[in-house]
Design a protein around this ligand. Structure first.
Ligand SMILES: Nc1nc2c(ncn2[C@@H]2O[C@H](COP(=O)(O)OP(=O)(O)OP(=O)(O)O)[C@@H](O)[C@H]2O)c(=O)[nH]1
Ligand SMILES: [Mg+2]
Length: 428
């Protein structure tokens, strides 16, 4: 079995992870105490990808939750699914990263590293053949960013052959309460550039827009947007968890989506978008699914799709009743309508999984490598540059052992990434 290990860090990571497991349990018929209550053998066929089966027949998520403070973990411990998780795999510090990347990466976080490494080693030793690691975190939190980056670097060192992907939340700086989020985001990004194979980027601005404009939820909370993120995550992972006619795994996905190692920051979309609770049984056809997969309103990042080009795209379709022939034909047409670079042949692909999500007969999760994503990086690079020009707030990072030069080099690394994306946008 090719197992995937999930590591959630910080408040955003832990809360989104909790939703992800709730949805996965729902799809595989696992109840909150870890007992299989499903009615279909397919629900168990690949259950080992994400769960370990104990001798007593309980299914335990192969999952680590961590944070430098205890609140976010206590919330999960006391939730409906609190008993599902292995208590030893929930590790919190007693202090806090105080929103500071450097505390998460160098000082407080580094103190937790040995314990976390030991737990992860224990989990991998119980696996037949580890396929990869998936991280869930915010790039701008002290824990999610700092401790997240530290763990990603360490996994890369210790398990160099395994695929590492991250689900990374980018801040809505316009409504941020934390002045140093640009610092944390830039510093975290430099580690994602070097050590993840695929990073699925989510932007809280785009997610709140989806709540307002499409789902008509005007006073949306993190809980609401975390449901959307979890829905995308289960869409991306559907092909690893269920059989289908056109299958895909983490490595195949990376091979097809990433033309150059550093250009691995992916945008996602989902259709049909609706709240999980109010999921209707509407019958959306192939044409609508593909149209919405490319629709600006269905994207999990907020940038203008006309400013830039698609390098690659994949639609992961779910539902037995979908016609692959129609999907192929429509995708080929869509490739002509959208702005795709011309020098990668066959850069618009489909994957298919028989089992549809709960409450829906069909769905698509779109994954795109789009050069317009540089706008996202610019959103935190601009304020970062302004702050470090004046050395503002720098002492918080220097105080934890960082050097000024590291902060300046980080800025250059993001600039280089933006340059790389821009360079490949040109068609000839
Ligand atoms: N989508 C989403 N974003 C969140 C959530 N919680 C916090 N955020 C965002 O994440 C960023 C802050 O990261 P947190 O995850 O709260 O921070 P942390 O990793 O716990 O690190 P500390 O700074 O040590 O608290 C801010 O931009 C928040 O708006 C959540 O549940 N969902
Ligand atoms: Mg926190």
């Amino acid at each position: 079995m090719r197992e995937i290990i999930t590591i959630q860090i910080g408040q955003a990571g832990d809360s989104i992870g909790e939703k992800f497991w709730e949805y996965i349990c729902n799809e595989h018929g696992i109840d909150p105490s870890g007992i299989f209550q499903g009615e279909n053998d397919l629900q168990l066929e690949r259950i080992n990808v994400y769960f370990t089966e104990t001798k007593s027949g309980r299914y335990v998520p192969r999952s680590v939750f961590t944070d430098l403070e205890e609140n976010s973990l206590n919330k999960i411990r006391n939730s409906t699914y609190g008993n599902l998780f292995h208590p030893e795999f929930m590790i919190n510090g007693k202090t806090s990263a105080s929103n500071n990347f450097a505390k998460g990466f160098f000082t407080e976080g580094a103190e937790m590293l040995p314990e976390l490494t030991e737990i992860i080693r224990k989990i991998t030793e119980e696996c037949d053949l580890v396929h990869g690691f998936q991280f869930v975190h915010s790039v701008s939190g002290g824990s999610g960013g700092g401790l997240g980056a530290l763990l990603i670097d360490n996994i890369r060192k210790e398990y160099s052959d395994q695929i590492i992907k991250s689900y990374s939340i980018f801040p809505a700086l316009s409504m941020s309460q934390i002045v140093i989020e640009p610092y944390n985001s830039v510093l975290t990004m430099t580690h994602l550039i070097e050590n993840t194979d695929e990073t699925f980027c989510f932007d809280n601005v785009a997610l709140f827009n989806i709540l307002n404009k499409i789902l008509r939820i005007s006073l949306g909370s993190f809980n609401d947007i975390n449901q959307i993120i979890a829905q995308v995550m289960i869409g991306i992972t559907a092909c690893f968890r269920f059989p289908g006619q056109l299958n895909m795994d983490l490595r195949k996905l990376a091979v097809n989506m990433i033309p150059f190692p550093s250009l691995h920051f992916l945008m996602t979309s989902f259709s049909p978008l609706q709240t999980y609770q109010s999921a209707s049984y509407q019958n959306i056809n192939e044409h609508m699914l593909i149209k919405q997969m490319f629709d600006i309103n269905n994207q999990m990042l907020a940038f203008n799709l006309h400013q830039g080009k698609y390098l690659t795209a994949t639609g992961i379709f779910r539902g037995r009743s979908l016609s692959l022939k129609i999907l192929h034909d429509l995708m080929a047409k869509e490739k002509n309508n959208q702005q795709f670079i011309e020098w990668i042949p066959n850069n618009c692909k489909i994957a298919h999984c028989d089992i549809s999500p709960k409450g829906l007969s069909r769905s698509v999760t779109g994954i795109a490598n789009h050069t317009g994503i540089v706008k996202q990086f610019d959103n935190f690079l601009q304020p970062y540059s302004k702050l470090i020009q004046r050395r503002a707030f720098m002492h918080w990072y220097i105080g934890e052992g960082m050097e000024e030069i590291e902060l300046i080099e980080a800025e250059n690394q993001i600039k280089d990434l933006i340059k790389d994306y821009k360079q490949y946008e040109i068609n000839t």
